[in-house]
Write a protein of this length. Structure first.
Length: 372
């Protein structure tokens, strides 16, 4: 249980500093930060804690090893040398997936095949069997080959960590929960904050704000792939969930207000907030942003429509102008708005105090921060 293992958590580009703070907070050590990921040391219980508690990580991976792989023989021998049996049993499933960039080994199917063969060869020697049923627990092997350097991982999470369990349904253009959590952190939401989202969609910002303010671990309501692993006792998961439950601040004074011009979005936000267990902290109303009245001391966070087609783009640009007229950002009413529009500040009518480049999916955006 106390053996040190290397873990890696991918995240949205631009949120590395936020995730770094989170990892340190849960006790991760010897951190290494690179574009879109944070690696750190921990024990097996850290796997449970990271999955349950990290709000901006996309998943929790075990780093099995890193080696140079310019040929398929390099790849085969590199994987074969890894102690896969430390985790994978004789009946367990171990499928392979991954990607390669700027490397001699660029065929993903071929890399998958070679890695699978090497894993079978290693485990066959350990367990003295010729056939693997793969009917047991799932140990998803992932590989990342970048500039001929291959890193092999085991995925402990399963479905991505953005799937908290509260958003069974969403509107057409939802923001990912992990990205929303990162923006909420950058907006410095605290236990006594008031948060407003005047275009709340499916309610992600107001719900993630409530989680942040009340210290609700985002993974409390779901299961993870590694919960079925024989190497991690159920007691580890139970202990980490109990600790997360005890950490919830029910005395927080936090309150959120969401509104949307779409009545379906209003109902969706209410339903999702109820499922998330924070409905009592969130008020939702059916309203046009034209009628918005700033709440003194509130933090406004929103993800306005982007407008992909020409007509929609014109409508979006008119909306940005209207937002600038009604939101009136100031020191007492800070605003945090994510948008891919390069002329957002001009349309909004005010230059942001600070900007941060973020990716919403594959779309390059800026988080426009107004706090002065």
């Amino acid at each position: 249980m106390n053996d040190i293992i290397r873990l890696c958590c991918p995240c949205h580009f631009g949120l590395e500093s936020v995730l770094t703070f989170e990892v340190k907070k849960i006790g991760g050590e010897n951190l290494t930060v690179s574009d879109g990921r944070v690696s750190f040391d921990g024990n097996l219980s850290m796997i449970a804690k990271a999955n349950i508690c990290l709000a901006t990580a996309e998943r929790v991976l075990i780093e099995l090893g890193t080696f140079t792989a310019k040929t398929f023989e390099d790849l085969f021998q590199g994987v074969k040398a890894l102690e896969l049996e430390r985790y994978i049993g004789k009946y367990d499933a171990f499928p392979v997936k991954g990607h390669s960039l700027k490397s001699a080994l660029h065929s993903i199917p071929d890399c998958q095949s070679i890695i699978k063969k090497a894993a079978v060869e290693r485990l066959r020697a350990v367990y003295s069997i010729n056939y693997f049923e793969e009917t047991g627990a799932l140990y998803q092997i992932q590989f990342n080959i970048l500039k001929d350097v291959c890193t092999i991982y085991l995925d402990t999470t399963g479905a991505g960590l953005h799937k908290r369990g509260y958003r069974k349904n969403s509107n057409e253009a939802p923001i990912k929960e992990t990205l929303a959590a990162g923006i909420i952190d950058l907006a410095r939401v605290r236990s006594d904050s008031v948060v407003v989202d005047p275009m709340c969609g499916s309610g992600t910002f107001v719900i993630e704000s409530a989680y942040k303010a009340m210290r609700v671990a985002p993974g409390l309501r779901r299961r993870f792939s590694a919960q079925s692993w024989a190497c991690i006792p159920d007691s580890v998961w139970n202990d980490e969930r109990s600790a997360a439950l005890e950490a919830i601040n029910k005395q927080a004074l936090f309150k959120a207000y969401g509104s949307d011009i779409d009545l379906n979005a209003v109902n969706l936000t209410k339903a999702n907030a109820k499922t998330a267990g924070v409905a009592s902290r969130i008020s939702v109303s059916h309203a046009d942003i034209s009628d918005y009245k700033p709440i003194e001391g509130a933090i406004t966070v929103c993800n306005p429509p982007y407008g992909e087609r020409m007509l929609e783009l014109k409508e979006a640009e008119e909306l940005y102008k209207k937002m600038g007229q009604v939101l009136c950002p100031s020191r007492s009413n800070p605003c945090y708005i994510i948008s891919p529009h390069e002329n957002f500040e001009t349309l909004f009518g005010k230059k942001a105090d600070k900007k941060r480049k973020l990716y919403n999916g594959m779309l390059k955006c800026q988080l426009y921060m107004y706090f002065n």
